[in-house]
Design a binder for this molecule. Structure first.
Ligand code: NAI
Length: 728
């Protein structure tokens, strides 16, 4: 018999066994091999004890000795599972599942005392319990987020949620979005039975359940149990069923995410068979996902890369962490207003300065609007909202920035104006205040020349809308000091955003790379491809925004301005501007047809009186269309994806990017590179045939569509050496 090393059996003299989840080798419990062995040993012991003396044990309580209840699957293990060891992966799932099932069906009450986060496998342990009491611990989350890693919950998560709440609720509330609920919201949505304020209360409630239900069993193990809301076997239910696949298809817009499809299939098929068969179906659909490339990409990006980026792999070592107390936000326009809100939400005092008191107050009004919305939706209390708003002081007086230990500038994109506003305040703020600019295109090194302390000057590139977008691109100028970089990193973490770090260059990483995506879409229109197909190709590749509609949002004059500035800079340095076929299309749109984008009321799309997008402009077909001209759909998608990936490699070559994780995370969270790829460099790693496959395909695209697809030397070299892009 194997021994339990990660679960302690603590039996009191009343016959209640507390199963303490406590992996001695990790800070959080996961479903690793040790857990698999331990839970099997616990099931053996429990069965033996009950067999020897039916009354020796009165019930079981799962709880954890860690800060979190249980962290979920062992992702290090999962990312390595290949087709060759799929069977073993399949059995690993079944092993844990069998053990949980054996304990669940002993005829004794089983309670989960959820003392902290219970996500994925953790919540599946709770689901295998007859009663779930959750501690309302700060930041604690409950749910099955497997779908966000391209997987499904295969520890009985699909089978049990379907039986607990019915197919529709299980899919919509738990499985398909992977929603992570606070304990209170988990209670409202039926994921747990009780929420308590203290650990003592939690354990008391667990015992009370055991006392009151000496012969407890799961509802679905009671003969005659029916799944709430019915199953497809019921004609009434079956009539609604077709809507599910159709809605799912619409939601995914054809993008290649296999997990939602498998979850739907496992839920529907599993609902029509007995519990044990349902577990097997769930496991089969899981195996298909865990051995596929998409889950590997998503685990790499959304777990490993994100963790590396947020934990400061790129933060200079040896600089003491510092907390910002009071920040001056210069410019209360769209970006400044959002930055002020994000800072205040993190408890930082904000002086929001604009040219007039009215303009500054208008910026603060944005926070007032967001707070009112949060209160009305029950996401915060009026008291907390008032406290947040009290932190923001709108002003037109530069004198009010006294005492600020950081400055974030967000005035118009004009270097002279940016210099002027820094000069106004640099002697008023704290003498060592961190000086940041939110410029989206201007080189940081040149901007730094206009401030008295270039060593403390850095780029902090936020994304719009600031309150929703999780990424901040930190740009290090040539003279930026290591301390400023560390402090900028700390500030971004302090406001709960994800920082990537790049070296200065025109357009940095994100603005430069997203330009390629847009250029490719626009170029295809110029070649005569049907515009609606271009939009569809972007959606089916998994981009959150269609390419021509995105161009309209950004306005067509912006790439022209950037192009002219870049061209001038390159030519002044003795170089030649490479040009792009999209340029001629943009020029005609603006100069010949006067269509500058959404803000101008007309662009690639037509807009209604209310400013809403109405339809693609029919003139596109008339002026650019070549009836019958088609290019393969796959080429259309890959031209967009490859153009971004190839330029990211060039940015690595140029030393603008220094980390693979930063590139992956920045591309997904900043500029909408499709999540299923795992980010812009993981896309290359995971491409069919690996790097050599990617290189061959890039050469094919270069031959068909232009030299810009020629693979850069670094990529070819890595492909030849059999390497992948990685930071390790
Ligand atoms: P905006 O036009 O909405 O706001 C600019 C604000 O600066 C206005 O309220 C203006 O009154 C104020 N301002 C002008 N002179 C000032 C002075 N002397 N002192 C104080 N305030 C002054 O512009 P937006 O979109 O907020 O952009 C601001 C900066 O952020 C620009 O550098 C832009 O490139 C950058 N950025 C913009 C993004 C976007 O999506 N709009 C994304 C990332 C960065």
């Amino acid at each position: 018999m194997t021994e339990s090393t990660t679960i302690r059996w603590e039996q009191d003299d009343t016959g209640v066994v507390t199963l303490v989840l406590d992996d001695p080798n990790q800070s959080a419990n996961t479903m690793n091999q040790a857990f698999k062995d331990s839970i099997a040993a616990i099931a053996d012991r429990a069965e033996a004890a009950v067999q020897a003396d039916k009354d020796a044990i009165r019930g079981f309580i799962y709880t954890s000795a860690k800060k979190t209840f249980f962290a979920g699957g062992d992702l290090k293990e999962m990312i390595q599972v290949g087709p060759e060891n799929a069977r073993q992966a399949f059995e690993t799932g079944t092993g844990i599942k069998n053990s949980l099932r054996r304990i669940e069906t002993l005829g004794k009450p089983v309670v989960a005392a959820i003392n902290g986060a219970a996500l994925g496998g953790g919540y599946e342990i709770a689901l295998a319990s007859h009663h779930r009491v959750a501690l309302d611990a700060p930041g604690s989350k409950i749910g099955l987020p497997e779908v966000t890693l391209g997987l499904l919950p295969a520890g009985g998560g699909v089978t049990r949620t379907v039986r607990l709440m019915g197919i529709a609720d299980a899919l919509l509330k738990v499985l398909l979005q992977g929603t992570q609920y606070s304990p209170k919201r988990a209670l409202e949505n039926g994921l747990v039975h009780e929420v308590v304020a203290t650990k003592e209360e939690m354990l008391a409630k667990a015992r009370a359940f055991i006392d009151a239900h000496p012969e407890s069993q799961q509802p679905w193990d009671v003969p005659g149990y029916r799944i709430p809301g019915g199953t497809p076997a019921n004609p009434k239910f079956a009539a609604n069923l077709p809507a599910f696949p159709a809605n799912l298809k619409k939601q995914l817009a054809g993008a290649p995410y296999p997990a939602p499809r498998n979850i739907l299939a496992a839920a529907v098929e599993g609902s029509q068979v007995d519990f044990e068969t349902a577990l097997t179906i769930e496991a089969r659909y899981f195996t298909e996902l865990v051995t596929g490339q998409v889950s590997k990409n998503m685990i790499q990006a959304f777990f490993f890369d994100l963790q590396a980026v947020n934990s400061g792999a790129n933060r200079p070592k040896g600089v003491e962490p510092k907390t910002v107390r009071k920040v001056a936000v210069l410019g209360a326009g769209m970006m400044g207003a959002g930055i002020a809100y994000s800072c205040a939400r993190a408890g930082i005092e904000v002086v929001l300065k604009d040219v007039s008191a009215e303009a500054a107050q208008k910026g603060k009004a944005y926070s007032e609007k967001l707070c009112a919305k949060a209160v009305s939706r029950g996401r915060t209390t009026q008291e907390k909202a008032d406290a947040l708003l009290a932190l923001i002081t709108p002003t037109a007086d530069p004198g009010d920035v006294a005492g600020c230990d950081a400055v974030i500038e967000a005035v118009f994109e004009d270097p002279a104006l940016k210099h002027k506003v820094f000069q106004e305040i640099q002697d008023v703020v704290e003498p060592d205040a961190l000086l940041c600019s939110n410029t989206s295109t201007l080189p940081i090194t040149a901007l730094a020349e206009g401030v008295s302390r270039p060593v403390d000057f850095i780029g902090l590139h936020f994304f719009s809308p600031v309150d929703k977008m999780p990424l901040v691109e930190i740009i290090k100028g040539e003279r930026t000091g290591e301390e400023a970089l560390a402090r900028a990193f700390d500030l971004v973490r302090q406001i709960n955003k994800t920082p990537i770090v790049v070296n200065d260059s025109r357009g940095f990483f994100t603005s430069r790379v997203i330009g390629h995506f847009i250029n490719e879409g626009v170029a295809m229109v110029g070649e005569g491809v049907e515009p609606a197909s271009v939009e569809q190709a972007a959606a089916q590749a998994g981009y959150p925004a269609k390419v021509l509609s995105l161009m309209d949002e950004l306005t067509l004059t912006l790439p022209r301005k950037i192009r002219n500035e870049s061209k001038r800079a390159i030519e002044e340095a003795g170089g030649t501007w490479a040009g792009h076929p999209a340029e001629a299309v943009i020029d005609r749109m603006v100069d010949e047809f006067g269509r500058t984008g959404r803000s101008g009321g007309a662009g690639f799309y037509e807009y209604g009186e209310d400013g809403k997008r109405a339809r693609l402009w029919p003139g596109l077909r008339e002026h650019f269309g070549k009836p019958g001209h088609e290019i393969p759909f796959r080429d259309m998608q890959e031209r967009m994806l490859f153009s971004e990936a190839l330029d990211t490699v060039r940015l690595l070559e140029e030393g603008v990017l220094t980390s693979v994780a930063d590139a992956n995370i920045g591309s997904i969270f900043g500029i909408g590179f499709p999540g299923w790829t795992g980010g812009v460099l993981q896309y290359i790693n995971g491409y069919e045939g690996g790097l050599p496959g990617f290189v061959a395909r890039a050469r094919e695209l270069a031959e068909r569509y232009g030299e810009r697809f020629t693979p850069p030397a670094l990529l070819v070299e890595k492909a030849d050496k059999g390497e992948k892009f990685s930071d390790g």
